[in-house]
Design a protein around this ligand. Structure first.
Ligand code: HEM
Ligand SMILES: [Ca+2]
Length: 202
């Protein structure tokens, strides 16, 4: 095995510590969703959502349920005009229109990343550890974000965060800050797919 030079090791460590700022004019919510646009044509069909879930290691049942639920729920909101399409396409460029209530506010109404809101997740809710959420802390955050009577928003937030937690908690049951950060811009999904493909090859 080739050994890394001290310079390379320092560079790797720096990359792990320093969070690269994302320019505010970049649409981070579109990046979150683009992973699921498997053929890159700007539209996410239910079978692409399914393939994306499978690619990051979810079982058939969860992937099937998620793709129906997500495309059914979001297609109409992102489509131009009044008429729904039976193929349930989600238009990536309009994904900000699919935002729901009772969320963290980390994506603004245009789908940009709001660093102050991201910091708030940890300043308000991570107590046991500096940069990670326990399962209980996550639940407390979801409850704190709830807008009264916004039941669909509660359900949407609950599923988003619970799936993230179940798939990506570490061996101590913690959802790390870095994992959450990478979920927002979708780089987490790319990494999970690659890790899974690498494992399969071995
Ligand atoms: C394993 C797959 C996925 C996970 C773990 C996941 C997780 C998340 C998380 C944690 C949030 C942040 C919510 C907040 O800030 O309170 C979020 C937001 C969002 N996700 Fe996903 N997501 C996944 C797949 C998808 C897919 C396939 C779509 C659509 C094609 C999608 C569309 C959205 C939208 C529109 C939001 C914004 C909600 C809002 O801020 O109101 N996500 N997701
Ligand atoms: Ca597509």
């Amino acid at each position: 095995m080739a050994s890394s030079s001290p310079l390379e090791i320092t560079a790797q460590a720096d990359a792990a510590i320093v969070e690269k700022p994302i320019p505010l004019d970049e649409n981070v919510l579109q990046k979150h969703v683009a992973f699921f646009d498997r053929n890159g044509d700007g539209v996410v069909y239910p079978w692409e959502t399914f393939q994306g879930f499978r690619a990051i290691g979810c079982g058939y049942l969860l992937s099937a349920a998620a793709s129906l639920f997500i495309n059914f729920g979001l297609s109409r909101k992102t489509r131009p005009g009044k008429f729904p399409s039976l193929l349930l396409p989600i238009e990536v460029k309009n994904i900000h229109k699919a935002k729901h209530g009772s969320d963290s506010g980390v994506y603004d109404t245009e789908g940009r990343f709001v660093p102050a809101k991201f910091e708030e997740i940890f300043s308000k809710h991570s107590h046991a550890h500096h940069n990670a959420l326990t399962s209980d802390e996550l639940m407390a955050m979801l409850k704190a974000n709830r807008v009264p009577k916004d039941y669909l928003g509660w359900l949407a937030s609950y599923t988003e965060w619970k799936i993230l937690y179940v798939l990506c908690k570490d061996k101590n049951g913690l959802l790390q800050r870095e994992t959450i950060r990478a979920a927002y811009d979708g780089s987490l999904f790319v990494r999970m797919e690659k890790e899974r493909a690498d494992k399969k090859q071995k």
